[in-house]
Design a protein around this ligand. Sequence first.
Ligand code: ZN
Length: 457
Amino acid sequence: MSLDSRFKSPVRMPEAVWSILRAFPQRHLIASVLVAGAVVVMLVLPGGKEIEKRQVIESVELEFRRVDSAAPAAAPDVVVQSQPTLRWRSAKVKDGDNLSTMFVRAGVSAGEIYNLTASPGGDLLGNLYPGDQFRIGIDATDKVIQLEYIKSPLIRYIFAYEDGNYRTEKRTRKADVLLGFRQGIIRDSLYNSGKRAQLPDSIIMEMANIFGWDIDFVFDIREGDQFSLLFEERYLDGVQLGAGDIIAASFTNRGKTFRAVRYQNSDGSTQYYSPDGLSMRKTFLRTPLDIFRISSGFNLKRKHPIHKKIKAHRGVDYAAPRGTPVYAVGKGKVVKAGFHHANGNYIFIQHGQTYTTKYLHLHKKKVKVGQTVSQKMMIGTVGSTGYSTGPHLHYEFLVNGVHKNPRTVKLPQADPIPVNESERFERTTKPLLVKLAIYEQASQQALGSIEDAANVH
Ligand SMILES: [Zn+2]
């Protein structure tokens, strides 16, 4: 009995682990409890008891944190105890609020509101946003002795009443940045697979941006493709604030593995590079649309009827909702922008002497002939003008006047890391790539142990 047929419906494992397990379809998972180092993975047996505990990936991540959690301890929260008799109230800015309506709701008198706004830091109170929070410390005479304006978890302003006036102070805190590790396997769309691996949306988008130059996430992504990521997670007092940037990542597409690492140049700019120091960013975008806006082409479960036509008509068709932005794939000059009964609204862009790209059936054109365009500039929107059965972008890529398949054409080599940066690049990125590899391996080993134990019977 295959893993697939046996466990498909009753399994309640975290999806990312499940995804990885599916890569071993011949295994007979009879054993239930396995210990691999610090990693405990438990399964649900069909008709049996539920014994789910913890996800491999989570354990790996926790272990990682212990190693890396040398971030400076957060400053103690702001507490003023000089007025022990203060009564504290909270207030939150709602839509349509101004300072007065909010403070009046919190029981602050008009006179006090005036005193606060007239104080040296009063300007700060003139620019409130819905969601901003306040803590108001009031004494027995209803005088505001202390006001905390909580701009964000990391920034707050303190108004303290002293000697007949308010003294204002800005308090900032620094989030603890920890590195998280996640690994996953593509089962349907990149987005859904990323969510199953517990990636925040911003990280899924960033991953697509990093690898989107090399991998066509619309047509070439396959079930079984794998990814793993090291990325920043920001915490304050143990509470997660959100995700930062991807630090290092790998993506295996149809057996070919791409790796990327974030590097901050000496001039302060950051970019993603391959381990050998080539920029992940290429001269041309692989896809002239935001892949997350493409509906039919992106779902692996669906067939792509238009996919078959690629050879027949020398271009690629991307089905996408009408109005979806169409981007110039590279820097260039608009050489044609017009209407043709077959092409509909179309735009041709010349990139240097060698390359031309063509965009057909547009709903709207946003550029004119002669105009210079930059990479990823919006040049029009997806439509269904001309000979077209529904909203889609017909895209062509020509090299010296000859049509090439945009999905597979070899694109010009990216800029390498400058020679005078190469040593620094090596020194700072190697440990990150090693770390990624170690966690990838740990994760695979844990799964390997599951297999071994599963095969005991
Ligand atoms: Zn077409």
